[in-house]
Design a protein around this ligand. Structure first.
Ligand SMILES: *Cc1c(COP(=O)(O)O)cnc(C)c1O
Length: 217
């Protein structure tokens, strides 16, 4: 199956309300070009310098999402290039993003930690209070929540976590928080995430095939 075939097959199964993010981390810029040619616009990166390098190389066209856990000293590589930063989990990080954003606020999601799978993220119990605090940070624009559920034997095991994230966002909205985006679902569990209200799914393997093994950065 080609990248174009994979994209076409996945798009057919996605409601129009869901944005497909092609996760291009650790892969060469040429695959981004190939996906762009097949009409794919949104791309996900986990490493700040890699996002910067690909963005500089490819210029206008792709919309970049930073989906990894972001260190404060690397915010400068991402702000101004990423259309959305997915995993904001500390006020200090939100403040650094805001400070670097100048007059153009950067759209962010709050990363919610639902278990040991996610090294980053705020605990679900504190997520709405944290989101409220983020609202007060100048230079960032809060859009929603993101999670990576703990690994389960069967992808359907992720369902309760997706449900919980959707319920959190709904509770936040009822309380006036602008939590309209739900970034949840990866190659193995995206259809379950979509069934539970995902608005952004992050797919690497399902589009590009198995990732080359790389050491932790
Ligand atoms: C790598 C990664 C993905 C994509 O994973 P696949 O299993 O290849 O679809 C999605 N989200 C995050 C946060 C990732 O780090």
């Amino acid at each position: 199956m080609s990248i174009a075939d994979n994209l076409a097959r996945i798009r057919t199964a996605l409601p129009p309300t869901v944005t497909l993010i092609a996760v291009s981390k650790t892969r060469p810029a040429s695959i981004v070009t190939e996906a762009l040619a097949a009409g794919q616009l949104d791309f996900g990166e986990n490493y700040a310098q890699e996002l910067r390098d690909k963005a500089e190389l490819l210029g206008p066209g792709p919309r970049w999402h930073f989906i990894g856990s972001l260190q404060r000293n690397k915010v400068k590589y991402v702000v101004g290039r990423a259309t959305l930063i997915h995993d904001v989990d500390s006020i200090e990080l939100a403040e650094e993003i805001g400070k670097r954003s100048g007059n153009t606020p950067t759209a962010i999601l709050v990363g919610v930690n639902m278990g040991e799978a996610q090294k980053s993220g705020v605990p679900a119990a504190g997520a709405l209070a944290f989101a409220r605090a983020v609202l007060g940070v100048p230079g960032v624009s809060l859009r929603g929540l993101m999670t990576i559920p703990p690994a389960t034997e069967d992808p359907s095991g992720a369902a309760p976590f997706f449900e919980e994230l959707a319920a959190l966002a709904a509770a936040g909205r009822a309380d006036g928080l602008p939590l309209h985006e739900l970034s949840m679902g990866m190659s193995h569990d995206w259809s379950i995430a979509v069934a539970h209200g995902a608005t952004l799914v992050r797919l690497g393997t399902a589009i590009f095939g198995a990732r080359p093994l790389v050491s932790e950065r």
